[in-house]
Design a protein around this ligand. Sequence first.
Ligand SMILES: Cc1ncc(COP(=O)(O)O)c(C=O)c1O
Length: 362
Amino acid sequence: MIPFLDLGAAYRELKTEIDAAVSRVLASGWYIGGAEVTAFEEEWAEYCQAGHAIGTGNGLDALILALKACDIGPGDGVIVPSNTYIATWLAVSSVGGTIQPVEPDPETHNIDPARIAAAITPETRAIMPVHLYGQPVDLDPVLDLAKTHGLRVIEDAAQAHGARYKGKPVGAHGDAVCWSFYPGKNLGALGDGGAVTTDDPDIAARVRRLGNYGSGKKYYNAERGMNSRLDPVQAAVLRVKLAHLDAWNERRKEIVALYATGLRETALIRPAVPAWADPVWHLYVVRSAHRDELKNRLTDAGIGTLIHYPLPPHMQEAYSDLGIAPDELPVARQLADEVLSIPIGPHLDVASAQKVVNAIAL
Ligand SMILES: Cc1ncc(COP(=O)(O)O)c(C=O)c1O
């Protein structure tokens, strides 16, 4: 049996350090904010080469807080990818913004910068690129468009811990960059967690205040905020895991190299990697016109696979009120019918990855 992802393996590898980190927080008597959270925020900002990092309760809240900190609110248009996890869209809806979907480049699965200009309207206030599956978006044309049209750029990097664009880590290209530390992410906590990174001290201060009831000074509230803070137990765990992130991302790359060679002769479409991209392979997503058949065959062979995602946001019941017909966003629709994520993770051994290749190539 080869599971899609073995989360327990990460814990077993670092059990001594993680147990010590959790015990340290429990013994400290300090359970909201404090030294562990501050230390992780500093370490994460440094890793991302960003001026500031602010811990949040989860990735969705990070997106909401970043939008609010950039003053995106009711009636403001936000360009989002049509092919993304629904959280990107939910964040825009949560602040009352208007969803302005843009189709992906099917080769990379990421938002196609060439299609963004046509989607910009007088209402548009922000672009929200998503570094999907760990592959960085082509940011330069996005940033150029934003500059020309006076738009904010809020990146959804929930799947891209450690990814680099033209050699520089994702983390502060746009106005704000949003992270999730959901357990299955490349840098995952033992529960929910998230962060915003930014080079802008005003956005950083605003995110911090908005995530703390709108309060910068205890019991004094400058604005109406929410409660969304990174838990110190999770911060302590993340500090342990951060030290291993690069090595774990390297292991993912080794598996992908094996997949890329092993699957070359098959009919599967493998993800394209532009020359400027250094992806971290949160997911390895292949495409097949006979996806369901392939998935069933791998299940029978004891190989776990997942579909990211079976239904694009515009076809979800939650967005039926937008009245976007399935074929209005045909690329996202087609990808949903064809994509399959095969096992990937820092603890997948080479022999298992080879078995995945052999089972697909049969
Ligand atoms: C692309 C993307 N955006 C946002 C999120 C939301 O993160 P969280 O689950 O921590 O709220 C996720 C992950 O779940 C995601 O994959």
